[in-house]
Write a protein that binds this ligand. Sequence first.
Ligand code: AMP
Ligand code: MG
Length: 411
Amino acid sequence: MSLLSVEEARARILSHLQPVHSENLPLEECARRVLAADIAAPHDFPPFDNSSMDGFAVRAADVVDAAPASPRTLSVVADIPAGVSPGVHLLPGQAARIMTGAPLPSGADAVVPVEETDYHERAPGAPLPNVVQVYKAVKPGDSVRARGMDVQSGQIILQSGQRLRPPDLGLLAMFGMAQVQVYRRPRVALLSSGDELLPVQAALQPGKVRDSNTYTLSAAIQETGAQAIQLGIAADRLEEVEALLEKAAAQGVDLILSSAGVSVGAFDFIKQAIEKQGQLTFWRVNMRPGKPLAFGEYRGVPFIGLPGNPVSAFVGFEVFVRPALEKLGGLRLAVRPRLRVRLAETVESDGRESYLRAEIREEHGALTARLTGHQGSGNLLSLVQGNALLIIPPGVKSLAAGEEADAWLLH
Ligand code: AMP
Ligand code: MG
């Protein structure tokens, strides 16, 4: 059992994982899903020259000298609401009333906003006038959205491996993509282990605690876009652990995730059960909390064993399982953004890469971090009360108040 750096352990896990298959889904089911193919625009956008204002389509050359004191009079030859084909060609001296989004008629090269014409003074809904007085000069292209000015046909507008956000879905709709190729959601079987664990409904009993990890971890799994399949609690007996692992394998999951039973002495059953149908390596990772970590496979399904303490399990999830699920889910791997924060108090570590629960606030224009309580790995409340994990690099044992550190924002 060697001592690995966090980086090395994560890289080893990721090197064993391949993205799941993709599926073709209706656009309305694609929010937060991960694209499985690059998307090229099938046409220009805007698809035709159109007006960005309600006003009058004109030939700019006709109104070069227009001003409030010397308006230009044009004859109005057409009315172009949005959604129609214009069907006219503007000749010199002519204008067409036009609505926002309506196609520019041929011959026109600019739009005069209605506010810059005498028509603006008419009552709302006034009939189409025969002539319009233009009070302001416009240049070719003014108030016109030219065909292709936003997107050109063939341009890559979204990339494989990106998560679809609300405007991405709008963009796909804009281009008529009613079906989209996305990665299917990874499925994760989740199990807890330990004779001391009670289900959430149970009354406390001497020596027992409730299984909180199932709830923390399944919510965290779902937050990544994966599906959690809760298998419940295995007592510290080989047959029980085996039964849950078999159940996981039978469900065709993409990852089996357990918590507890990987620290020294206690892990034998998980180890034995997995080694009967697969293989398992225990690592000691140079981190705090959560030094013990198990990784392997059971009947060909990747397995990660997190430590049991509630904070260690969560930190292990953030450090190892989240990136694993992102890779399984087809997400292009990105370095998680870190904030640079100022410490409000002195922070101690033991030289391992440490993830400390903290609250980050803006104080006097600077992001300032305070620990949210004692850093015992069972102190889940301190995680609940924090909004970040401070990351103290390996080899550092103390950082003084006023010094800076990196942090991950949580939640
Ligand atoms: P272990 O890794 O089995 O030695 O467990 C370490 C600590 O984590 C013990 O105090 C366990 O009671 C606690 N623990 C293990 N699993 C869970 C769980 N699912 N929910 C809450 N606490 C747990
Ligand atoms: Mg245990």
